[in-house]
Design a protein around this ligand. Structure first.
Ligand code: ADP
Length: 292
């Protein structure tokens, strides 16, 4: 990279293809790249592209990225809010010929890639809050800085046809524009004190993610590495199943290869918790402090 190019790379440039593709060193991830200045939800756009495309189109690794989502989604149709041009908001299409339980490997690989990229670029203490949040420790509090959303579409035999992984990462959201819900939030700007060039962050993230997905495709679960970054293990949790209303109180003691959480309750019984239909609480007996 020449010095003029390096300078461009470091500036906070718009994330259109001409600013990304010259720096991308991946083989297949992001090679098909669509930048939309504004969109409802990048996951929805990519799911529609997959539903209307010919067989095997769009290709695995296709990315849709936007600078503003008017209807960004988290789990359980919760809103994902971010001011324009402050974040990384994108979705990736995968076509892994995997059964449903293995699909979570993509979520784990992407979580690891985000944690390691943020740590490498900022040195901030970064972790994963089970099942799908990336958190940064600021003044002793883990604050949410990114959320991931994985949506799969399956064949009749249970194999995955397509999987869309969405990511919202708070990069340069000013502290006074962070969402003020019940979940403490932060951005890299708020936690690090300096703006981070989104292009270099994005390109680094894709490079790391491609390598992690390739390892998973060779049959190796990302769980070992993923679990080292989990902030939830050893903590008291209360897990509420949204559909049945069942509540389990106990301690998060482990995860399994599929990314499910093992919780030991007060009677020493263990429960294996599936992500997707539960929310976690940080304290077992305090219903007011939901910990997202
Ligand atoms: P959960 O932590 O329960 O998995 P989701 O991943 O579904 O939550 O994300 C949606 C939730 O994240 C919202 O209900 C809101 O509390 C919070 N949120 C929305 N936008 C942001 C943001 N930019 N940064 C941090 N948290 C956010």
């Amino acid at each position: 990279m020449g010095s003029r190019e390096a300078d461009c790379f470091m500036k906070n440039l718009p994330l259109k293809a001409s600013n990304i593709l010259p720096y991308l060193e991946t083989k297949w991830l992001g090679r098909a790249y669509y930048y939309l200045p504004e969109v409802g939800s990048t996951n929805n756009v990519l799911k529609e592209m997959a539903a209307s495309g010919k067989r095997d189109e769009p290709a695995t690794g296709t990315i849709v990225l936007t600078d503003y989502q008017s209807r960004g989604r988290g789990r359980l149709n919760r809103r994902w809010e971010a001011p324009p041009a402050t974040s990384l908001l994108f979705s990736i299409l995968f076509r892994p010929p995997w059964p449903a339980d293995r699909l979570n490997w993509l979520l784990m690989a992407a979580s690891v890639a985000v944690v390691e990229t943020v740590q490498r670029q900022t040195g901030l203490e970064t972790g994963i809050k089970w099942p799908n949040d990336i958190v940064i420790q600021v003044d002793g509090v883990w604050r949410k800085t990114a959320g991931l959303l994985l949506e799969g579409d399956f064949e009749e035999n249970g194999r995955c046809r397509t999987a869309v992984l969405g990511l919202g990462l708070n990069v340069n959201i000013p502290p006074d524009q962070l969402p003020t819900g019940s979940t403490p939030a932060t951005s890299l700007l708020a936690a690090y004190g300096q703006k981070i060039p989104r292009v270099s962050l994005f390109v680094d993230l894709l490079q790391r993610l491609e390598s992690l997905v390739e390892t998973a495709e060779q049959g190796q679960a990302p769980q070992g590495l993923w679990q080292t970054y989990l902030t939830t293990i050893g903590r008291p949790v209360q897990v509420t199943n949204q559909s049945s209303g069942q509540v389990i109180q106990g301690t998060a003691v482990a995860t399994n290869e599929w990314g499910q959480l093992v919780v030991r309750d007060e009677n020493e019984q263990t429960h294996t918790i599936l992500a997707g239909d539960v929310t976690l609480r940080s304290k077992p007996f305090d219903n007011s402090s939901e910990c997202r």
